[in-house]
Design a protein around this ligand. Structure first.
Ligand SMILES: Cc1ncc(COP(=O)(O)O)c(C=O)c1O
Length: 460
């Protein structure tokens, strides 16, 4: 029933799901370190040292170098296997080295990789159609049989948001004149690091060194659904409102339906474009195509931005725009060299096809329910460490802590036991595994977390 610590191979117990579903005592089988950070092989150490002389020092990384991946498992240069419960930050929806995706990539790479947006290619429009029609079918973006949407392809989440903000400005000026330029965002939001996207990412740590940022940004309180507050925040001079239905980097805060409905209503009153950033929470991570698809249509946005899993690790971003906003964007208003190139788009078509299969969503929802049952048991097991609060849904989940130093410690302890997690915001650990993760793998991740939390109890 446990990972053999001597071989460092991941053996996830096949029937752990049933065995642990009702457990009330924490699992303590993984208290011993099995994957020490400081066991880096000498050639890897030398490689890291050399590379550090050339790479800009923007990331704090442990001395681990991954050389291979398969499914939800990553292998490092020492041959140690890790359960990847972070999926490259919510990217690897179909897992690592998916055989079918590899074939699409090889076939398309051999046929045509890039032509620029000066010409048409076979797959950009195919992916755009799949996104629009998939969204219509999933009941997203307020689409019905009489309304439509269009897609602009970019290369990352940041670039998708940057474009969405530009579209909101263009729409605002077209309908309201030169002064309709205000943009509203919310505390704990994360939308990217370019000047525009950073300007609506309210974390002072990210913003302060780069100020002044773009003007006319107003910051609201996430989940404050009071109509009077929203009315003064989103006034007639506002052209766009950007918000994550589930905040990824900010700590997995989940927007209430009342908040999003009030926001959408006010946007319609003043003619502001409502942008849902679903870069981390969208594309089936919650079990539905969009985190907002399950909400009533009155809460739906005018634009959805996406990126991360769309081509399963190949860079891509996209802006899905309802027709009334799409109509104000014409030739020359926006552009990019790589966005919508045939290789990325062909991969996107394949990923979307696989994720949209009802059997896939069904299985994901079962696994998510299993993970939920395990995570929901944690606050009662560790009342001194954890807040009694459940964050996120589907396969985007947050575990909130009472002490803000604790999340990073759990991430470190779990990594040294072969499970890769992430922090989120100031107080949470984030679980965003591949969407192909199994209940047994979820059990293993939670078992390791329980073992680590047992160790942490005496220090926090
Ligand atoms: C919600 C959200 N928006 C935007 C971004 C930025 O995306 P990218 O890093 O692809 O530029 C991220 C990245 O984590 C994100 O989670």
């Amino acid at each position: 029933m446990s990972i053999a610590r001597t071989t460092l191979r991941l053996r996830v117990p096949a029937r752990a799901a049933r065995a642990y579903a009702t457990a009330t005592k924490p699992n303590t089988a993984y208290t011993a370190v099995s994957h020490p950070d400081n066991a880096t092989p000498e050639p890897t150490k030398a490689m890291i040292q050399e590379q550090s002389q050339y790479l800009l020092n923007t990331y704090a990384r442990p001395p681990i170098l991954f050389t291979q991946g398969k499914g939800c498992t990553l292998t490092d240069s020492a041959g140690r296997e890790y359960l990847d419960f972070s999926a490259g930050i919510a990217v690897m929806a179909l897992g690592h080295a998916d055989a079918q995706l590899n074939k699409v990539m090889a076939d398309q790479a051999a046929k045509l990789q890039h032509v620029s947006n000066i010409y048409w290619n076979e797959h950009a429009g195919e992916l755009a159609k799949a996104l629009v029609e998939g969204t219509r079918k999933a009941g997203g973006l307020g689409l019905d049989d009489t309304t439509g949407a269009k897609v602009f392809f970019a290369n990352s989440g940041t670039e998708a948001n940057e474009g969405a903000l530009k579209f909101a400005r263009k729409y605002g000026k077209d309908i309201g004149g030169e002064s309709k330029t205000g943009i509203v965002c919310f505390n704990n939001g994360f939308h990217g690091r370019s000047m525009g996207a950073l300007s609506v990412t309210t974390n002072p740590k990210y913003q302060a060194p780069f100020a002044p940022l773009i003007p006319d940004i107003r910051v609201g309180k996430y989940n404050d659904a009071d109509p009077a507050t929203i009315a003064s925040l989103v006034d007639e001079s506002v052209c766009g409102v950007i918000v994550e239905p589930i905040q990824g980097e900010g700590g997995i805060g989940t927007a209430s339906p009342e908040f999003l409905t009030a926001l959408a209503k006010r946007c319609r009153e003043v003619g502001a474009v409502l942008i849902y950033d679903e870069i981390q929470c969208g594309l089936f991570r919650t079990g539905d195509m969009w985190a907002h698809s399950a909400l009533p249509k009155e809460a739906h946005p005018d634009i959805v931005t996406m990126a991360k899993p769309l081509a399963n690790g190949f860079p891509i971003g996209a802006i899905l725009v309802r027709d009334p906003v799409a109509e104000v964007i014409g030739v020359g208003h926006h552009g990019t060299t790589f966005g919508g190139q045939p290789l990325a788009a062909a991969l996107g078509v394949h990923v979307l096809q696989r994720l949209s299969d009802p059997a896939f969503a069904e299985s994901l929802k079962k696994t998510a329910a299993h993970l939920d049952a395990r995570l929901s048991a944690l606050p009662a097991m560790f009342p001194s460490l954890l807040k009694d609060e459940s964050r996120g849904r589907g396969l985007i989940r947050g575990i909130p802590f009472k002490n803000e130093k604790a999340p990073a410690e759990l991430v470190r302890l779990a990594r040294e036991r072969g499970v890769l997690l992430l922090t989120a915001g100031s107080d949470a650990v984030r679980c965003i595994p591949s969407l192909i993760v199994t209940p047994e793998q979820c059990d293993h991740a939670v078992n390791v977390m329980e073992s680590c939390l047992s160790l942490m109890e005496k220090d926090f």
